[in-house]
Design a protein around this ligand. Structure first.
Ligand code: C2E
Ligand code: MG
Ligand code: MG
Ligand code: MG
Length: 281
């Protein structure tokens, strides 16, 4: 019986692997058309300043509305976009959308509305010429500080000259840099010193378990203290409860984002959130 079960399991495993490979191939093919066909959208999640409770920034997040499969999660198609190299074109497009929004919101608010964009390691490592971000901002009449680039820890581990140059270029232009999902990768204090990082974004997993797990609380507190000592600010991700928000605020965390405040919404809905807030203060 054990042998049979083993064999069945094996068969099941290969079938599902085949299915998965097929699904990925399909996504890879369809993704090529998605941008031109207008199936991609950028939505914006508010980032709230904990001291005031005001919306201070936004994070741009990509959405794919597939004509047959419906909404496909970024976690499913970003890796495919990276493997196929499409991420460069898609990433430039997300940046353009975010920069356009930032300009519109600044006109509405009369102050800089910073928008962060996620940059894949593949994008940053690439030496192929793509859109010149600095020139694009200039063309829109935007300060570099209108944009934050979110990168992952892995990128800075053994960073090549290309990566280092790009980060210096950003810094010189005033574009800020955030480390996304901090604490989940190859965290090294060395690179925090070496590169000019502006924000650490504490990964959702620490925030999720913080209230029940004392070691997660210690980790979060330590990240906040270290970041401040090194001249960085901290953004906590995935805040879903008031208790988490209050604890983070008391611990001196600068910013927070999460479903407690809002999920990511369309540019129009984000504008309404800001207008609502302006009326209520
Ligand atoms: P991320 O950059 O860490 O983005 C935060 C993710 O957490 C988003 O998922 C957001 O919807 C989700 N989130 C925010 N608040 C909460 C909360 O309170 N609870 C829970 N459970 N989740 C929350 P999303 O939009 O599915 O994106 C997943 C990841 O895909 C992103 O993680 C990012 O790594 C990647 N991604 C998204 N857009 C882009 C893009 O334009 N370019 C690149 N390279 N990657 C992107
Ligand atoms: Mg991010
Ligand atoms: Mg994150
Ligand atoms: Mg800086």
């Amino acid at each position: 019986a054990a042998k049979n079960a083993g064999r069945n399991q094996f068969r099941y495993f290969t079938a599902s692997m085949q299915e998965r490979a097929h699904y990925r191939l399909r996504l890879a093919n369809d993704l090529r058309e998605a941008l031109a066909a207008g199936q991609l959208d950028v939505v914006y999640q508010p980032v709230v300043e904990l001291a005031t409770g005001h919306i201070a920034k936004a994070e741009a997040l990509l959405r794919w509305n597939h004509p047959v499969l419906g909404q496909v999660e970024p976690s499913q198609f970003i890796p495919i976009a990276e493997e196929t190299g499409l991420i460069k074109e898609i990433g430039d497009w997300v940046f353009q959308q975010a920069a356009g929004c930032s300009r519109q919101w600044q006109a509405q608010l009369g102050k800089v509305m910073q928008i962060s964009v996620n940059a894949s390691p593949v994008q940053i490592r690439s030496t192929e010429p793509g859109l010149n971000w600095l020139r694009y901002l200039e063309m829109l009449g935007l300060l570099g500080s209108s944009i934050v680039v979110e990168i992952t820890e892995g990128l800075l581990l053994n960073a090549s000259a290309t990566v280092a140059d790009k980060l210096i270029e950003y810094r010189d232009a005033g574009i800020q840099v955030a480390i996304d999902d901090f604490g989940t990768g190859y965290s090294s204090m060395q690179y925090l010193k070496k590169f000019d990082i502006d924000y650490l974004k504490i990964d959702r997993s620490f925030v999720r378990d913080m209230i029940t797990d004392a070691s997660d609380r210690t980790i979060v507190k330590s990240i906040i203290v270290m970041a401040h000592e090194l001249g960085m600010q901290v953004i906590a991700e995935g805040i879903e409860t008031n208790e988490q928000k209050e604890w983070l605020r008391a611990a001196g965390c600068d910013y927070a984002q999460g479903f407690l405040f809002s999920k990511a919404v369309t540019a129009e809905a984000f504008q309404q959130l800001m207008a609502q807030e302006a009326r209520s203060h």
